[in-house]
Design a protein around this ligand. Structure first.
Ligand code: PMP
Length: 433
């Protein structure tokens, strides 16, 4: 608990210098704390469930580098494996056996994946999967959902979540209208809207892409029947169903959200956890579709650093740790305790709050629930969230700096960490206006 000793002098100095060097002082927008106000914290190091900033403050971290750190930061087995791999060179640009190992692990775990292609980020995976959807169906229109984020490629910057939602931006300047003309949008959890789009665009829609559990408009779960309904509709219209599991893959269960909900999409994108903290993305799915990817087929997609030996190593080690019996039961137990505790304290202290969790992913909104869509999420009190965020920071708890981002736990979060977090929340919420 930081109480009384919280200082940010060095963070301020470094961030002031950074702003002269890099747009907004950051390498990715949400890190700048714009939507919660106040000084962003400059990290010095991370370990287990904790982060330390350059001023020496320690935090219980619920961002986990935005998802990858599900085994806890700097897990000794992962670090050791990366060090050993680095001795053999940092990049090959040639086939390496480590790719086979990670590919087999992903194929064994994720129901929809029969073949996989590794890339370097979630954005790349989603860009490529859309090209593949179009190549396979020979149709150009795609359906995405309001508030879902599929990386920053032009075609997806339409009613997008994550930083786009956080900063309240409309679609980004620089994205040609012609590029997004084929991107159709529907409200999340609204099957009728999707049905209508299929009826209005007969034979033109290559497929539907979605976050099977939304984490980029805050935490929003699929209503009963929504995923099954999308599976039926896409099949009925000869279109593909794509789950963007960049966030949920290996986090919701070892087989992702698709294993949890028992709905198998045609294609899946992944990232974050499968790179164990190094830059990795992947897309995979039915063999028949994946065989279209070059050089097996004509759909071009490539990458200098793709299948990088350090990244493959970190991913393999991370999945080895995760597949130990009891991992997901533990993650679910501590995360449920965290969110239930937080909502109970909110109620006791008179704040309108709603939220939930599945496995190691959680979220809450400062509004009466339930939240089924991005429209609902936008009713949350973001000013109150900003104050809550800052006060929690001062209590030694690092939450995602936006009302519209999910939170993450890890195997390294202990019962005591959850207790300390709830104690901090009680202190903050009992004073929060
Ligand atoms: N899809 C989803 C569901 C994501 O959550 C993210 C990143 N938060 C992306 C795609 C993009 O991944 P990356 O930031 O690695 O490009």
């Amino acid at each position: 608990m930081i109480t009384g000793t919280f200082k940010t002098t060095k963070s301020e100095e470094i961030f002031a210098a950074a702003q002269k060097l890099m747009p907004g002082g950051v390498s990715s927008p949400v890190r700048a704390f714009k939507s919660v106000g106040g000084q962003p914290i400059v990290f010095d190091r991370v370990k287990d469930a904790y982060a330390w900033d350059v001023d020496g403050n320690q935090y219980i971290d619920y961002v986990g580098t935005w998802g990858p750190a599900i085994c806890g930061h700097a897990h000794p087995d992962v670090i050791k494996a990366i060090q050993a791999a680095a001795e053999k060179g940092t990049s090959f640009g040639a086939p390496c056996a480590l790719e086979n190992i990670l590919a087999e692990m992903v194929i064994d775990a994720v129901p929809s994946v029969e073949m996989v292609r590794f890339v370097n980020s979630g954005t790349e995976a989603c860009m490529a999967v859309l090209r593949l959807m179009r190549a396979y169906t020979q149709r150009e229109k795609v359906i995405k959902f309001e508030g879902c984020y599929h990386g920053h490629a032009d075609m997806f910057l339409v009613k997008a979540g994550s930083g786009v939602a956080t900063l309240g931006l409309p679609d980004s300047p620089g994205v040609p209208k012609s590029t997004t003309a084929n991107t159709l949008t529907a409200p999340y959890n609204d099957l009728d809207a999707v049905r209508k789009l299929f009826e209005e665009n007969p034979g033109e829609i290559c497929g539907v892409i979605l976050e099977p559990i939304v984490g980029n408009a805050g935490f929003i779960t699929p209503d009963a029947g929504f995923l099954a309904g999308l599976r039926e509709l896409t099949t009925e219209h000869g279109a593909l169903l794509v789950f963007d599991e960049v966030m949920t893959g290996f986090r919701i269960s070892y087989g992702g959200a698709q294993a949890k909900f028992g709905i198998t999409p045609d294609l899946t994108t992944m990232g974050k956890v499968i790179g164990g903290g190094l830059p990795v993305g992947a897309y995979g799915g039915k063999r028949e579709i994946m065989q279209l990817v070059a050089p097996a087929g004509p759909m071009y997609q490539a990458g200098t650093l793709s299948g990088n030996p350090l990244a493959m190593t970190a991913g393999i080690k991370t999945l080895e740790i995760l597949r130990q019996p009891g991992s997901y039961e533990y993650l679910d137990k501590i995360t449920t305790k965290l969110i239930n505790g937080l909502l109970a304290i909110g109620k006791e202290t008179g704040h309108a709050m709603c939220g939930g969790s599945i496995s190691a992913m959680f979220g809450f909104f400062f509004c009466e629930g339930p939240v089924h869509s991005y429209e609902d999420a936008k009713k949350a009190d973001t000013v109150k969230f900003g104050k809550f965020h800052r006060a929690m920071l001062e209590q030694g708890v690092y939450l995602a700096p936006s009302q519209f981002e999910a939170g993450f736990t890890s195997l390294a979060h202990t019962d005591a960490d959850i207790d300390r977090t709830l104690e901090a929340a009680r202190t903050v919420l009992s004073k929060l206006a």
